[in-house]
Design a protein around this ligand. Structure first.
Ligand code: ARG
Length: 577
């Protein structure tokens, strides 16, 4: 089956060539959905100026050469020279029929690229906060989508597992005891462990001295210190994995590639940058100065790769990382799903890597910027006491609230079934809220809104899928058995079929733009198209068996598209709700 927009573009392109000559055969005509017809092409308007002709004349030349009888019912010139095109019902039906038979639902398989995707990346011994939640959820939707498009996705969880705080964390671990309840906090409330260590560091000079000495031992590779460090990491992993399991994200221990992974490469990174004249000494530090990166008074902002105390930085590690991803992982495209405030860091780091020859022009790097999550007061989400919100507490609350809703709506289901639905709905609501707005804008974290059963929410789409399943249950049929043939008579049937053809194009778009909210918007529109269809067109009670068969097929295709679309977002659609 084909993307109507793609088909019409091709046809218009050939008509352009035929009407205006070979020079125009390559013109990319813009074809848009339109309120006056299914689609509208503006090629004539775009070309008229160049040709010094009236747009409407150019349009009629194009239309005269346009061969679309098999696809379009009507082609019309409108306004200043738009070409309006209305598809044939039987063409749409045929495409929808192909879609029904396609396990990929019209999603193209793309030429395979190696794509490391850097996401989640919490810091050890610190609570994952809502910001980390959002990169985790958005990143996971992207890896699922890119994989479905046929790419070789390499998940890279660049956790913060190295640096000066580890001196105090290790000393604190020694004081409380490696196998104590305090140490076990790392598995449940890592921020509390961090706070306790920090408290000692800030108030006890003696502790601070030991902590600093410990950092030196850690960097020097002292065996006992490394063992304690590893213990901290292992306890933190338990916590991360608990969050990942609760969220249902695809990250595993095998995807961990924390900052410490690159330690051995840092000295070499600095040496090579210095040798190549890309980095220079400045006030005792080794810095890269890049054109165009200046501070408030026009002073150049350096990318520091070695501090005056000899320590390496976040930037040094990222330079080693990008090099690894290019050389070892053979990346074609590298995706970083990280908070928007780090935009300048990535710009400078990539430019440095390009200069050094570690990041060839052929490898594309993308920063998928993650915007802040705000509380209902419009400020960064915190608890009333001003502390960062605990992620697990937030997820627990979402499930708890969903439990209440399910208990109210479905007293007929047994407890176990209800609990499973509540998990899907609560977690799905939180994830969908992260995904449905463009990833770089801020949004307000509002339980009532994300759990609402109407509007562009996870529960609304889950409910739409569950309702379709109940239609099949009621009819005593399996969705797989609804094979058509699809025939379109009612406008609402036509709308739904056309909406179904949009799935492949939107998934491809998400792969290109790395914007999952486009898929959310599509699924919401599809669910609404289904609702209108279902209100106007009886399915099980259709007057004639051919009509019934066709409508059941449309219904089945909608279900599969909703379930597959939600799966690409990492949202599970329960059987009933
Ligand atoms: N750990 C960092 C943070 O919490 C994010 C790391 C992102 N990835 C990277 N390659 N720099 O802000």
């Amino acid at each position: 089956m084909a993307d109507p927009q793609e088909v019409l573009s091709q046809r218009v392109r050939s008509a352009l060539g035929a009407a205006l000559g070979a020079d125009y055969a390559g013109t990319d005509p813009v074809i848009r959905p339109s309120q006056f017809a299914d689609y509208q092409a503006n090629a004539a308007l775009a070309l008229a100026k160049k040709l010094g002709r009236k747009p409407r004349d150019v349009a009629s030349d194009i239309v005269a050469r346009l061969e679309v009888d098999d696809v379009c019912r009507e082609v019309e010139i409108s306004g200043p020279g738009f070409v309006n095109m209305t598809l044939r019902d039987d063409w749409i039906a045929g495409q929808a029929q192909d879609l029904l038979a396609d396990p990929r639902l019209g999603v193209p398989e793309q030429p395979k690229q190696n794509i490391p995707v850097d996401y989640s990346a919490p810091n050890v011994a610190k609570e994952m906060h809502v910001g980390h939640l959002r990169t985790t959820v958005v990143g996971d939707a992207l890896v699922r989508t890119l994989e479905f498009l046929g790419h070789n996705v390499i998940r890279q969880n660049h956790i913060g597992d190295w640096g000066t705080p580890f001196g105090m964390l290790i000393e604190h671990l020694l004081e409380v005891g490696e196998h104590s309840a305090d140490a076990d906090l790392l598995k449940t409330d890592p921020n509390a462990f961090y706070q306790a260590a920090k408290e000692k560091f800030d108030t006890s000079e003696d502790f601070a001295v030991r902590a600093r000495r410990r950092v030196v031992a850690l960097q020097g590779g002292d065996a006992e210190t490394l063992r304690l460090w590893q213990g901290l990491i292992d306890l933190s992993k338990v916590y991360f994995n608990k969050v990942y399991t609760t969220l249902g994200v695809t990250l595993t221990d095998a995807d961990l590639a924390g900052e410490s992974t690159y330690n051995d490469a840092l000295a070499g990174v600095c040496a090579e940058l210095e040798r190549a004249g890309i980095a220079e000494q400045s006030e005792g530090a080794l810095c890269v100065f890049l054109e165009g990166f200046t501070g408030r008074e026009g002073n150049p902002v350096p990318l520091i790769v070695r501090k005056s105390d000899g320590g390496y930085t976040y930037a040094t590690t990222d330079l080693a990382t990008v090099r690894y991803r290019v050389e070892e992982l053979k990346a074609d495209r590298i995706v970083y799903v990280v908070g928007a405030p780090q935009a300048m860091h990535f710009q400078m780091m990539w430019e440095t890597a390009r200069k050094a020859g570690w990041l060839p022009e052929s490898v594309e790097t993308v920063h998928v910027q993650i915007g802040n999550v705000l509380g209902t007061d419009g400020k960064i989400l915190r608890t009333r006491s001003g502390k960062p919100i605990r992620l697990m507490a937030l997820l627990d609350e979402a499930v708890e609230r969903a439990t209440r809703v399910v208990a109210e709506n479905r007293p007929d289901l047994d407890e176990q079934t209800r609990a499973a639905i509540a998990r899907d709905v609560g977690i799905g609501a939180v994830k969908y809220a992260d995904l449905s707005v463009s990833h770089d804008t801020e949004y307000v974290f509002d339980f009532d809104r994300m759990l609402a059963l109407n509007g562009n929410t996870g529960p609304y789409l889950q409910y739409a899928a569950a309702r379709i399943r109940s239609i099949f249950r009621k009819g005593g049929l399996a969705p797989e058995d609804a094979v058509g043939p699809i025939a379109l008579a009612e406008p609402a049937e036509r709308e739904l079929a056309l909406a179904l053809l949009g799935f492949g194009p939107v998934v491809r778009l998400v792969g290109d733009t790395l914007e999952p909210h486009r898929l959310c918007g599509y699924l919401f529109d599809l669910a609404q198209a289904f609702t209108s269809f279902y209100e106007r067109c009886p399915v099980l009670k259709a007057e004639d068996s051919t009509v019934r068969g066709s409508r059941l097929a449309l219904t089945a295709a909608t279900l599969r598209t909703l379930v597959q679309g939600l799966a690409l977002l990492g949202v599970h659609a329960p059987e009933r709700m």
